[in-house]
Ligand binder design. Structure first.
Ligand code: C2E
Ligand code: MG
Ligand code: MG
Ligand code: MG
Length: 276
């Protein structure tokens, strides 16, 4: 009896595994097709300062799937990262963002608007032609390098630290800005952080949520702000959803925000219309 149970369990497990594998293969095929069909889009989440000036926007990938509709990148980015598909997606994002920046600059944006940021995955960053690719795309669209910012996570560089630092330094010298995304959730040491060529720390949403009710999150955010200050970096809080959180963040010394309280990610056309 016990044996039969164990056998059933193993069988069920095997079924789940092969189901996952199938889904994986299906997804990979679909992503390839989506790239061909032009089903990916960039949406933009505006960022604000404490006076509610729009200071920039983060480009977020959206897959306009013919039957499933919009799906979160949190689902398919990790799958794309397992193959070179993430490189193709990354190239699309870079190209489209630069194209959009060019169009944005031809319209009347608030003078406070500085940058569009794009997310870069680990695999992209360590590609040998990453840096030249960014530089040549920015040049191709004739936009100022300072109108583009790249977002990387702390853990992104651990595999290839020296090469990544050299690449980021080249980009910084060229004028492209760099942000550390989801800051506080990785395992980086302070010595490591000191070496990261970045201008901005993005405080992860997990610390921001209900910050006014959580003393330890308050302490962590306060520490991140001090840290950024002493490393001459700026800070922005992500995932800000309530006015209470905004007020608390201001009290702690953070004056830049991104989150549903201010705006959800919107289409590029909506961003063009956006006047505050
Ligand atoms: P991220 O870079 O940390 O982006 C922020 C995510 O938080 C976005 O989810 C955004 O929609 C969501 N968000 C913003 N404000 C709020 C809020 O107030 N409350 C809540 N609950 N969520 C908020 P999204 O668009 O689903 O993206 C998830 C992740 O997927 C991103 O996290 C990023 O790591 C990755 N990703 C998105 N676009 C790209 C891309 O073009 N390339 C790469 N490599 N990764 C991307
Ligand atoms: Mg990001
Ligand atoms: Mg983030
Ligand atoms: Mg995140």
């Amino acid at each position: 009896e016990a044996f039969k149970k164990a056998k059933d369990k193993a069988l069920a497990y095997k079924l789940v595994m092969s189901e996952q594998l199938n889904q994986h293969i299906r997804y990979t095929k679909e992503i390839k097709q989506a790239l061909i069909n032009n089903d990916f889009e960039l949406h933009y989440q505006p960022q604000f300062d404490h006076l509610y000036n729009m200071i920039g926007a983060e480009a977020l990938l959206r897959w306009n799937h013919p039957t499933r509709g919009y799906e979160s990148p949190a689902v398919y980015i990790p799958i794309a990262e397992e193959s070179d598909l993430i490189i193709e997606i990354g190239n699309y994002v870079l190209e489209q963002a630069c194209r959009d920046i060019k169009r944005l600059r031809q319209t009347e944006l608030p003078t406070s608007f500085q940058q569009v940021s794009i997310n870069i995955s680990a695999k992209q960053l360590v590609k040998r032609d990453f840096v030249t690719n960014v530089i040549s795309t920015v040049s191709k669209y004739q936009i100022p390098p300072s109108s583009l910012k790249i977002e990387i996570t702390e853990s992104i560089m651990i595999g290839n630290l020296e090469q990544s630092i050299t690449g980021l330094n080249t980009l910084l010298k060229f004028g492209v800005a760099c942000a550390i995304d989801d800051f506080g959730t990785g395992y980086s040491s302070l010595a490591y952080l000191k070496r990261l060529p970045a201008n901005l720390l993005k405080i992860d949403r997990s610390f921001v949520t209900d910050i006014h009710l959580d003393q330890s999150n308050k302490a962590i955010i306060s520490m991140i702000i001090q840290l950024a200050k002493s490393l001459s970096m700026e800070v922005i809080a992500e995932g800000v959803e309530t006015e209470k959180e905004v007020n608390c963040l201001i009290e702690l010394g953070c004056y830049k925000f991104q989150g549903y309280y201010f705006s959800r990610p919107i289409t590029f056309d909506k961003l063009l219309e956006y006047k505050h």
